[in-house]
Design a protein around this ligand. Structure first.
Ligand SMILES: *Cc1c(COP(=O)(O)O)cnc(C)c1O
Length: 409
């Protein structure tokens, strides 16, 4: 099945075949599953391989997880309540007190906040540096366990040089985690194919696709070396690596994210997200086409300042977009206007809302909203100025989007 393309996997994975089987999957709106005997219950509680309690496993959530695994080309996925829950699970599954993370500074504001404010409470420190392999290599320490970057950074459009980052991480016994949210959950890029060890997604964005549901995912690849990560090796014969072998990373993410911390996706959300995947390719390819056309048009517009979109030949990461992305350079771009407040208040088609991946074109002023709570220097490092507008391009008619932006300018 893995030789199928994204478009086929997205609609076929998790759908059973056979007489009377539904084409689609039911929402299992239940908290628990029953046993026939005490022995069956005991065995399930020891092995945790089947169904007992819906925080641990639910068939609708599993259908979503299998879909993400297939689409990201991974070995296993855990679905979570949000993208933030996914990032937290991915990081905490690798790092513990005393460990260090090197991250790109071109990040979603919530990730910067987690790295700078939440993880230090647990003794995990992060160094945020320019999104360039040389800067990341220079920031590596003996206790660095994880490199963290976004495939296509929100909102700057910077592209992670995943091949180079994987090499730096692996030389030092660390892992590479890529937030693939703006990579469209595997449609524009599958970071695991280029050496990443962990891929996270905010499924709220392109998987959901209609701004109607929240969710996240963490997917692990098939080959990763945990032998120099103390959180997996400490404990000798009882270490997680000894006990779980090849499944250690996937096991720890599920155990931590849903079983222990309870950041579980609801079956209703899982249903909507899995269904959203069925049209993701159609939506995102059209959104990429619209985004490129708008970026080119805005760049030539006399009333528009800097336009940042990796699909434009003068973006510093254009060559990385060509190396790692297929189908387009994403649906998000930024541009500068002189008076963001006046511009936003005049829009009639575009809507002001802090979301990405919606079928509708959404704009925000990151300086005062999505990135408003992080220090000014960090905002600038993330590619955000006081004049920046972030636009997540939807599927509307291109001419209507242009006309609306034109009258608002
Ligand atoms: C939105 C977003 C998140 C967080 O996802 P939620 O579903 O909002 O919790 C993480 N990373 C990126 C790149 C995002 O855009």
């Amino acid at each position: 099945m893995n030789h199928w393309d994204y478009e086929t996997l997205a609609v076929q994975t998790s759908i059973p075949r056979g007489l009377g089987e539904s084409i689609g999957f039911p929402i299992h709106a239940v908290a628990a599953f029953q046993f026939d005997t005490l022995e069956e219950a005991q065995s399930e509680f020891q092995l945790n391989t089947g169904l007992s309690y819906a925080r641990l496993q639910n068939p609708t959530v599993k259908a979503l997880e299998d879909r993400v695994t297939a689409l990201e080309g991974g070995a296993a996925t855990v679905a979570l309540a949000s993208g933030q829950a996914a990032s937290f699970t991915a990081i905490l599954s690798v790092c513990r007190a005393g460990d260090h993370i090197v991250a790109s500074s071109s990040l979603f504001g919530g990730s910067t906040g987690m790295l700078n404010n939440i993880l230090p409470l647990m003794g995990i420190r992060a160094t945020l540096v320019e999104n360039h392999p040389d800067a990341i290599r220079a920031a590596m320490q003996d206790n660095t366990r994880l490199i963290w970057a976004e495939m296509i950074a929100n909102p700057s459009g910077d592209i992670a040089d995943i091949g180079a980052l994987a090499q730096i991480a692996h030389e030092r016994g660390a892992l590479l985690a890529i937030d693939n949210t703006c990579g469209g959950a595997g449609y524009l890029c599958r970071p695991l194919d280029f050496g990443a060890d962990i891929v996270t997604n905010s499924l709220t964005k392109w998987a959901g696709g209609h701004g109607s549901v929240m969710g996240g995912s963490v997917t692990v690849g098939t080959a990763h070396d945990l032998s120099r990560i103390p959180g997996f090796t400490d404990g000798g014969e009882n270490s997680i690596l000894k006990l779980r072998g090849q499944n250690a990373l996937a096991w720890k993410q599920r155990w931590l994210g849903v079983q222990q911390l309870g950041m579980v996706a609801s079956p209703h959300s899982a249903f909507l997200l899995a269904q959203g995947f069925e049209t993701l390719a159609l939506r995102l390819s059209r959104e990429c086409d619209n985004a490129l056309a708008l970026a080119q048009w805005l760049q030539a517009h006399p009333k528009v300042g800097k336009v940042s979109y990796a699909g434009l030949p003068d973006h510093p990461h254009h060559h990385l977009a060509q190396k790692y992305l297929r189908h387009g350079s994403g649906a998000v771009l930024t541009f500068e206007v002189d008076d963001p407040s006046a511009f936003l208040s005049r829009l009639k088609v575009l809507r002001i809302a802090p979301n990405l991946g919606d079928v509708r074109t959404l704009v925000v002023h990151p300086w005062t909203t999505t990135h408003g709570r992080i220090p000014e220097a960090a905002r600038l490092a993330a590619g955000v100025t006081a004049r920046t507008i972030r636009m997540s391009v939807g599927v509307e008619a291109l001419e209507d989007l242009k006309a609306d932006i034109e009258q608002a300018l």
